[in-house]
Ligand binder design. Structure first.
Ligand code: SR1
Ligand code: MG
Length: 413
């Protein structure tokens, strides 16, 4: 019942010693608890706590943006939404997220399963490692969470209650609204980009058509509440071994458009792809081809799983069987149309995420770890130009193969 206090490696054992589930996981001899702070994200404290008996992750929100410092306060209540998002993801796609052991709302603290030997997927992609089944896992996960969190599946009253619950998460979506959708397209205060990109950036910001389309996607992101999103699904929000993956870190959860998560994730695969020439040697072509195969498999798995759920779990208010199958009519073309909208949205969200990671505040290690800017800038330029093409011309791409073929074209520029 004490007031919020940020943990550190010294205080953690004493402060959490009385939590029954921790004693169960780690044993009650706190002298044997080994605590390391490993948070490398932009916002939170993350501790690995290990003992001879077991291990857990303790994640605690800080009252400010860690990346920037206490000049940018951020509400602690985001831990509440992360906890509720994790429980929903676990229901909607069992086994896809870490198990939750304990939640303390006042301390903004979640204790969860330590995934081992999993590592952050982004690091594996930079290191040139493959993950078996990655595209399939991601596509199925996005489809299950999107479908089962929508009124295609949920009872309307339950869905509306959930939308109302998550509507309290205000400042976190506001970060996305600013950093992702708006800042890249003007000279915003917190922006930074590789200096050699100046001419590319100037041309982008002079494009009013681009800004109009991006703003229409922002309107969708902010007002279309069709399903619960992870909200920040990038390769730093996935942990993998060579054969298995889990999704972590849904503190940006909100109800939003179905194409958002898969679009943002695709952007992160494409950025991994475009950055590879700086990270690989002889195996460059093979590894880049593998990344594109992940993109294709992810969309293929999404569509297959979504269609399967459409046929077997369409129990919500939308497109009811009473209107179609019960009348002897097929709902297949309705499903096709829903999927076509998701695809178009996903491509545009993808292009926007590709832009913000090179132009706005929070960049990614795929490009940032390339120290020589004369090597980094042309690779980022390919990524930015492809993002532009996706936003302007999404409707010219019909299949995942069209998307990966376009990536190959920009990779040659
Ligand atoms: C100020 S937070 C910057 C970024 O970090 C998070 O992981 C989100 O991607 C956010 O946009
Ligand atoms: Mg995160």
């Amino acid at each position: 019942n004490t007031a919020y206090l940020a943990l550190n490696t010294q205080s953690l054992p004493e402060r959490l010693a009385n939590v029954p589930v921790l004693m169960q996981q780690l044993g009650d001899d706190v002298q044997q608890w080994d605590v390391k702070e490993v948070g490398d994200g932009n916002l939170n404290l993350v501790f690995i706590v290990q003992s001879p008996k077991g291990s857990v992750i303790v994640k605690q929100a800080l009252p400010y943006v860690r990346l920037v410092g206490d000049s940018w306060p951020l509400p602690l209540y985001r831990a509440f939404y992360e906890y509720h998002a994790l429980t929903r993801q676990a229901q909607r796609d069992p086994g896809s997220v870490p198990e939750i052991y304990y939640f303390d709302e006042k301390q903004a603290l979640i204790v969860m399963q330590f995934l081992s030997p999993h590592v952050i997927l982004r690091n594996k992609l930079i290191a040139g490692e493959t993950v078996a089944g990655l595209g399939d896992f991601c596509g199925k996960h996005c489809a299950r969470v999107a479908f089962r969190g929508s009124e295609l599946s949920m009872k309307s009253a339950d869905k509306k209650a959930d939308v109302a619950l998550f509507a309290g998460n205000v400042e976190i979506p506001a970060i996305t609204e600013g950093l992702v959708f708006t800042d890249p397209y003007f000279d915003a205060e917190m922006n930074n980009h590789t200096p050699e990109l100046d001419p590319v950036v100037a041309r982008l910001r002079a494009n009013a058509d681009l800004k109009r389309i991006v703003q229409s996607m922002l309107a969708k992101f902010a007002s279309n509440t069709e399903t619960m999103l992870h909200g920040d699904l990038h390769s730093g929000s996935i942990m993998s071994t060579d054969t298995e993956s889990r999704v972590i870190d849904p503190e940006f959860a909100q109800y939003g458009p179905m194409g958002f998560d898969i679009g943002m994730l695709t952007a992160n695969y494409l950025m991994a792809y475009f950055s590879q020439p700086a990270h690989r040697g002889d195996d460059l072509t093979t590894y880049q081809a593998w990344i594109l195969s992940v993109v294709e498999k992810c969309f293929a798995a999404f569509q297959t799983e979504f269609r399967q759920l459409w046929m077997t779990e369409r129990t919500g208010m939308l497109y009811p069987k009473a209107l179609f199958e019960d009348q002897g009519q097929s709902s297949e073309s309705a499903c096709d149309a829903v999927l076509a909208n998701i695809w178009l949205d996903a491509l545009r969200f993808c292009g926007i995420e590709m832009h913000r990671r090179c132009l706005s505040l929070a960049h990614n290690a795929d490009f940032e770890s390339i120290e020589n800017t004369s090597i980094r800038a042309p690779l980022e330029a390919r990524n930015i130009e492809m993002g532009l093409a996706l936003i302007l011309n999404a409707d010219t791409l019909t299949t995942p193969k069209d998307l990966t073929a376009l990536a190959k074209v920009f990779n040659e520029k």
